[in-house]
Design a protein around this ligand. Structure first.
Ligand code: SF4
Length: 129
């Protein structure tokens, strides 16, 4: 191998190393961006609205409120008028349920003029006020 061939081989090695370094840098950058993009897209701190399938329909919901509907809804908080699945169910609750079913919504009742709390005395006997 003469000096010219050796020099060409050296330049070729430098060139291949440079290309490999640039490709590695690009891939690392893409991996970095992909990781943080995924995290940003799913982390409740950055994106509090999540999307999931509920009753066969894709819906959006605030992550911190997902599944807490019954905790907040007045109907589920000891309202004596709330009797789902019976003929004695509250007219408002029934209408709201039908509305929710029609549009695939979840709408807790925050305020209600008809709310009546269900009380029990010590022996478990109902006392309704
Ligand atoms: S009266 Fe109001 S809180 Fe009670 S079940 Fe009906 S809608 Fe719900």
């Amino acid at each position: 191998m003469n000096w010219l061939e050796f020099s060409n081989l050296l330049w070729f090695i430098v060139f291949v190393s440079l290309v490999a370094f640039v490709m590695w840098s690009c891939l690392s950058s893409i991996k970095f961006v992909w990781k943080y993009w995924k995290e940003w897209n799913t982390h409740p701190k950055y994106n509090p609205i999540e999307i999931y399938v509920h009753h066969g329909r894709v819906v959006s919901v605030r992550s911190d409120l997902k599944g807490h509907h019954r905790e907040f809804c007045l109907c589920y908080n000891d309202c004596v008028r709330f009797n789902p699945g019976t003929p004695y169910n509250c007219e408002i609750a029934r209408a709201l349920y039908e509305f929710n079913m029609k549009y695939d919504l979840v709408t807790p009742v925050w305020e209600c003029p008809e709310y009546t709390k269900y009380f029990q005395d010590q022996k478990g006997k109902e006392i309704n006020e």
